[in-house]
Write a protein that binds this ligand. Structure first.
Ligand code: PBG
Length: 324
């Protein structure tokens, strides 16, 4: 009888056969784990909407780092949550601020750890916006200077990668020039190139205390409906000197991961953001889903879409599952 259809099932016959033909893998080296640091001692505050994620003081951070290193995670993304906040976010570029202290502490104890600094002002401003405000507007060019100063201060504190997330136009070139002038031409920039104004950041804003006190971020973060605009954003960042491109959020924007993969040859990073984590945790705590399978399917989805690495709050759990 003439064969009139394809037999795809031949390659799915056994676990070994499926292993043999598997196209994508999640490795512990692909994971970047976000950390939230606060002032004080003995603090380990669980974020109510993000079970298993904590605000840590320097001493509890030191403990946490030992666990992270033991799990084989080799990159962390730093968010500082200072007590003092003001209109210009001065704690962002104060060399002795909590974020800088935390980075120095990590690099001293674990020189091999890749410390990525989130470079933004929203955790440091009293109004919670990502830049300086004039007459109710976030002003672009004045904010760029402060971002440059923040990046230099973070590099001095030992940051291995600068990750600007505030979506001001020209932020990559402003930071590149500031870093180069300060002698940090070897420090790469991981740009939040395609970052949407998203409801998926809700739990993060509880963790970082960075909810805008008025208005929203729609005049600087992108409209969720736009894909071509994301390609323009990414093209600008590449032209300005970005070394990595981040897509954020990840899950509802996986098409953007693929589009960037197809259009640019830089490493692509997917940010599996806070509400993506919270939703999985909530359902898992209710016994409604198989957490491990849901998480692994999501992460391999990012890899399949073309991401080289993934920023995720699940990193510690994933490292444990992979080691098993
Ligand atoms: C901004 C920043 C945000 C996140 C990472 N960097 C919040 C925002 O833009 O409002 C969100 C990450 C998450 O939701 O996990 N500095």
């Amino acid at each position: 009888m003439a064969q009139s259809f394809d037999r795809h099932r031949r390659l799915r016959k056994s676990a070994a056969m499926r292993n043999l033909v598997r196209e994508n893998h999640v490795r512990v080296e692909d994971l970047i784990y976000p950390l939230f640091v606060v002032e004080g001692t003995g603090i380990k505050n669980e974020i109510p909407s993000m079970p298993g994620v904590y605000q840590l003081s320097l001493d509890t951070l030191a403990e946490e780092m030992k666990e992270i290193v033991a799990l084989g995670i080799q990159a962390v993304l730093m968010f500082g949550v200072p007590t003092h906040k003001d209109a210009c976010g001065t704690e962002a570029y104060n060399d002795d601020a909590i974020t800088q202290q935390a980075m120095r502490l990590i690099k001293e104890a674990h020189p091999e750890m890749i410390v990525i600094a989130d470079t933004c002002l929203c955790e440091y401003t009293d109004h919670g916006h990502c830049g300086v405000i004039h007459e109710g507007e976030v002003v672009n060019d004045e904010t760029l200077k402060l971002l440059g100063q923040t990046a230099v201060s973070q590099a001095k504190a030992g940051a291995d990668i600068i990750a600007p997330s505030n979506m001001m136009d020209g932020f990559v070139i402003a930071i590149r020039e500031a870093l180069d002038e300060a002698g940090f031409e070897h420090i790469p920039i991981m740009s939040y190139a395609v970052k949407y104004a998203s409801a998926f950041y809700g739990p993060f804003r509880d963790a970082a205390g960075s909810t805008p006190q008025f208005g929203d971020r729609k005049s600087y973060q992108m409209d969720a409906a736009n894909a071509r605009e994301g390609l323009r954003e990414a093209a600008s960042d590449v032209k300005e000197g970005a070394d990595f491109l981040i897509v954020k959020p990840g899950l509802a924007f996986m098409d953007m991961v693929l589009r960037l993969r197809e259009n640019f040859n830089l490493p692509i990073v997917a940010y599996n953001v806070s509400a993506e984590y919270s939703m999985v945790k909530a359902a898992a705590l209710n016994g409604w889903i198989d957490e491990e399978r849901i998480v692994m399917e999501t992460l391999v989805g990012f890899k399949r879409a073309g991401a080289d690495m993934i920023i995720t709050y699940h990193a510690k759990d994933v490292a444990k599952w992979l080691a098993r």
